[in-house]
Ligand binder design. Structure first.
Ligand code: HEC
Ligand code: HEC
Length: 320
């Protein structure tokens, strides 16, 4: 019985070493503790001097976020994708649990005394396969496409978004459908205002919107700049499919868009890069109030307010 012989030899060797050498406690334990402490101190030093890279604070209104784990968990992230939804718990809890349990059980399952890796094909094989799977899944997870395109975020807009949260604007306003109802839904309307209007409105809401219940917030100039950038980032609200039709019926006799239409008025293909929605709306309502020598007819009364608004939104997107 060779196994028995090994075992006996092993016990004898262990006995000899024990008699000759140092005891596990405290000597080896001390060495281990020392190394652990040095590594801990190094980590603490790095954390202190370099710090960890943190992302922006979590933001429930941001729907462009790409949730991704750190690289050492990418394999798990990728493994989850191999399981259908209702088996998620198996991939997230049961499998990793079994692997950890396997590690714990190693000393009980494999009691062979030989230490050279080549004499332990099972352990070596499992280890290599496991490492291979880990590397493969990590690489797959790393190279898998992102759910959202990476948008380069403007720090001024981010600062505005943070202020919006810190100043509790959502108490009265909605963004992405979340927030109070005392004020308008900002992502629908605020992007259409000019910067000058927004700045004056932030300084004194009542002056720009008489009777407004929005409080005067006594903001610093750079806070206003950030908030305005955030408001402008909402862009112009969307127009309905009606708008291009209204334009074709009422305006294309004189105006061109993308080479379609008449030329007694200016080509409007890029008008959105020069004029904002409010200017456009006022101009279409009554050109003479913006341009006393205007040769263009006003459309107030001829088109409804909603229709003119719709056309203005449409034009504001052209050339943007
Ligand atoms: C007490 C409620 C209240 C709070 C708090 C509040 N607002 Fe308002 N806000 C309003 C009301 C009501 C209006 C509509 C009347 C007006 O234009 O002032 C408004 C209008 C606005 C407008 C103009 C929208 C448009 O295009 O017509 C902007 C922009 C705005 N708020 C941004 C903010 C921001 C940013 C904050 C946080 C710093 C904030 N508001 C805090 C009530 C509030
Ligand atoms: C009878 C011809 C005519 C019609 C119809 C007409 N426009 Fe005009 N529009 C003009 C002329 C001419 C100008 C040049 C400036 C002026 O005279 O007001 C102009 C200027 C404009 C401008 C200003 C461009 C700028 O930045 O100064 C806008 C915007 C505009 N038109 C939009 C419209 C829209 C929208 C309609 C339809 C609802 C429309 N126009 C219908 C003739 C017309």
């Amino acid at each position: 019985m060779e196994a028995k012989k090994w075992h006996r030899e092993y016990l004898e060797r262990y006995q000899r070493l024990k008699e000759a050498g140092l005891p596990f406690f405290p000597n080896t334990v001390f060495k281990d503790t020392l190394v652990a402490f040095v590594i801990f101190a190094l980590l603490a030093y790095l954390a202190w001097t370099k710090g960890a890279v943190l992302e922006e604070p979590a933001d429930p209104t941001d729907n462009t976020y790409n949730p991704r784990p750190e690289w050492y968990f990418l394999f798990l992230f990728q493994a989850l994708k191999l399981f259908p939804g209702h088996l998620e718990a198996v991939a997230a809890v049961v499998l990793p649990g079994m692997i950890v349990l396997g590690f714990i059980l190693v000393p009980f399952l494999d009691r062979g005394p030989r230490r050279h890796p080549l004499t332990r094909p099972l352990g070596l094989g499992l280890g290599v396969v496991g490492l291979g799977v880990y590397c493969f899944l990590t690489w797959k997870g790393y190279s898998s496409p992102l759910t959202n395109p990476i948008v380069e975020k403007d720090p001024v807009i981010l600062a505005g978004r943070r202020l919006y949260r810190d100043l509790k604007c959502s108490y009265c306003h909605k963004v992405s459908g979340k927030g109070g109802t005392a004020g308008p839904e900002l992502d629908k309307v605020a992007g259409e205002e000019t910067e000058a209007w927004l700045i004056s409105h932030f300084k004194n809401p009542q002056q720009m919107s008489p009777g407004s219940t929005m409080p005067v917030l006594n903001l610093l100039d750079d806070e206003i700049t950030s908030l305005v950038a955030y408001m402008k980032s909402f862009g112009v609200g969307s127009y309905t499919p009606e708008a291009p039709k209204l334009f074709a019926e009422n305006c294309s006799a004189c105006h061109m868009i993308n080479k379609q239409g008449g030329d007694s008025g200016p080509d409007l293909s890029l008008i959105g890069s020069a004029r904002d929605k409010n200017f456009l709306k006022k101009y279409v309502e009554d050109p003479s109030q913006m341009n006393p020598s205007s040769a263009m007819p006003g459309f107030q009364g001829q088109l409804t307010d909603t229709q003119i608004d719709d056309i203005a939104r449409y034009l504001a997107t052209l050339g943007q």
